[in-house]
Design a protein around this ligand. Structure first.
Ligand SMILES: [Fe+2]
Ligand SMILES: [Fe+2]
Length: 222
């Protein structure tokens, strides 16, 4: 179940009240004509470890994001759980884009592809800016599996750029077809992260996982 909240400006009180009222597994779709991502870190401080969020559209005319509560503690307490969930979330955004395109709804397809692009870029950023450096610091390991993942990130970013270019040229057929290529790359990549690298990260990095997930959730607001 999901509800919608349209903010006329980034109003922390209004957003806090709406998130507090969410039931478990309920999703709040937030929309604002200004950048409300900047108040998410404050919202986290107000309601620590009670919700998760993800950006969907980052301007320039509208900002959209989704906020939800979950009874699945692994999403707040395990890097494997949190990051694997985000893999699935990105997969679904692409599947929704493809479905909208097949159903003759190009506007929705384009919006979903933009959310897919944003979701993927922030996900790669969470790994490259927070998780991989923390792992390198804890283990002193700089080559190996992380190096392989980084090369695959470059490959995926290349396809995301091609998707954006096709969309800018109004060539949605090509954009959707490239999305299929992207899904194959992602599946091969994600299986290695979920099966090998994330467990290694969880085993080695310092500090609580809960804290790491809080910082990942703050990172995607920037
Ligand atoms: Fe990755
Ligand atoms: Fe990943």
């Amino acid at each position: 179940m999901s509800t919608e909240l349209k903010l006329s400006s980034p109003d922390l009180d209004e957003l806090s009240a709406a998130v507090s009222g969410l039931g478990i597994q309920e999703k709040l779709l937030v929309e604002c004509t200004e950048d409300f991502f900047s108040i998410i870190p404050e919202l986290q401080k107000n309601l620590p470890d009670t919700f998760l969020w993800a950006p969907l559209i980052a301007g320039p005319d509208v900002w959209k994001g989704e906020i939800w509560k979950t009874s699945d503690e692994s999403l707040h307490e395990s890097v494997i759980g949190y990051m694997s969930y985000d893999h699935k979330r990105c997969d679904e955004l692409y599947a929704e884009a493809e479905a909208a395109w097949n159903e003759g709804n190009p506007e929705l397809a384009a919006e979903k592809l933009k959310s897919f692009d944003l979701g993927m870029k922030r996900h790669l950023g969470e790994e490259e800016n927070i998780l991989f450096p923390a792992f390198a610091e804890a283990t002193g390991m700089v080559g190996g599996p992380v190096q392989v993942m980084l090369m695959e990130h470059d490959q995926m970013r290349g396809v995301l750029t091609q998707i954006s270019e096709a969309m800018a040229a109004n060539d949605m057929d090509t954009a959707i077809a490239l999305g299929d290529t992207m899904v194959i790359l992602m599946q091969q990549h994600n299986v290695k992260e979920e099966g090998i690298l994330y467990p290694m990260i969880e085993q080695h990095i310092e500090g609580s996982m809960q804290e790491k997930i809080r910082s990942l959730q703050t990172y995607i607001a920037s």
